[in-house]
Ligand binder design. Sequence first.
Ligand code: 9MR
Length: 407
Amino acid sequence: MQLSTTFTLLAAIIPFALGQAAEWGQCGGIGWTGATTCVAGTTCTVMNAYYSQCLPGSAAPAPTTTPTSPSSPATPPSAPAPTSSGLNKLAKTAGKLYLGTATDNNELTDAAYTAILDDNSQFGQITPANSMKWDATEPTRGTFTFSGGDQIANLAKTNGMLLRGHNCVWYNQLPSWVANGQFTAADLTTVIQTHCSTLVSHYKGQVYDKKTLGTSSTVSEPFNDDGTWRSDVFYNTLGTSYVPIALKAARAADPNAKLYINDYNIEQTGAKATAMLNLVKQLIADGVPIDGVGFQCHFIVGEVPGSFQTVLEQFTALGLEVAITELDIRTTTPASQSALAQQEKDYQSVIQACMNVKGCVGATLWDFTDKYSWVPSTFSGQGAACPWDQNLVKKPAYTGIVNALSA
Ligand code: 9MR
């Protein structure tokens, strides 16, 4: 699933009555030739110009014609009533789908860590940090291994959490047979289609509740920071066409999965955000399935971009949903008291931007504790990026998130 996109899987699919789309099924959209009415108890709802879906409830009558223009941003499904004051419960109370975290398989033997991870009042969604990536799932061509990803998917199911897949197509963590494959365009097309299709099919319906959305990255990090396309095996062999190839394969594998593109340094107005906007506009114009854009939000203390909310709104204005997919805010270590105080403000402002944008469905921490953060091994002398510290104790950053979710 790593073409810097994210797709959402709807859980259970109710068998559909002849001539009517099933609950959660597609019921309209440009190019759609299937059923345009929904089974009883559901309503055909325009998600965007290219995708209408049968959602539970009986509000407006189902459209009988194909929409021809983009609709308003998708509204997150209503959230269950809160039962406690953990981050996820607060997020749901505020109308978001979830507050989630990344996790990794090697962390799951740490009982003190899993005691927090497994608390679904804190986290309502998890993303596997590594175990659904290409090197983990198809290490040799045609041989798929899902054991690591399944462990995370099963954890989500056990804990009543949403699952965001990560990812179909990404330049990084590719096995050498892909990265150095010397493919023809036709061969690489087949390789992408097989990988995305097999991966998305395997996790089809792997979420706990049919009323909620599981998500997976389909395409990740297609751009350089200056907004030009990243040079990798996909772009160098197929040009920009690798993006629709992956998205279409994912949609075919699970029509109910929401498809996202995911990137970093698109959180502020500028060349890279503009490149992503232009990409998704083109995908929509071409009828390519795309449901949302993920903003990774790997930030630095004191440097959270002021234009983040504006950028989120530029994407939701296209009828897409948006999500914060990999949030952490790093600083020089050891962190000073003033840095931790600034980090609290920074977490609050990032979450507040999502709160202020209706089409922002939720936020995912890129792990919740400094104990397992990717930052120190990548940025020498940097770290302390998460809301819980090395000892699994909450930092001021936690309060910043609570303040935004409670505002
Ligand atoms: O958290 C992941 C870390 O364990 C891996 O070593 C690293 C390798 O590339 O990938 C990290 O996750 C990345 C994510 O998949 C995509 N966006 C950037 C994340 C941080 O590097």
